[in-house]
Design a protein around this ligand. Sequence first.
Ligand code: DGP
Length: 116
Amino acid sequence: MSDTDPNCLFCKIVAGDIPAEIVSETEHTVAFRDVDPQAPTHVLVIPRVHQPDIASLVDAAPEAAVELLKETRRVAQADGHDSYRLVFNTGPDAHQTVFHVHGHVLAGRSLTWPPG
Ligand code: DGP
């Protein structure tokens, strides 16, 4: 698989071709605010490399997967939150709509369980 997909929305955000409110960037990751926030803090942390889901990222680029996980806590704490939820919707039945792996970091309100 190529490192980028010209048809992928999140690859275009990584490339700067589509604007986003970016909150952090590292060698392997970009984090930006979700366009449709479900909590006061709702940040998506993605790898620069194009992989459809977290399992394929772990196989293809484990260093990017580790950095992505580290970034999730950093972006939550940067918004003042030690409590947060990290969600990887994986597959259409789990409500994945963008097939470039992304961790949702949700914080800033009381979150219920189980999720819908
Ligand atoms: P998921 O359903 O897990 O695949 O989440 C995809 C998320 O991506 C969803 O919460 C909305 C967000 N999203 C979709 N398009 C854009 C966009 O163009 N910009 C930003 N910032 N977020 C987007």
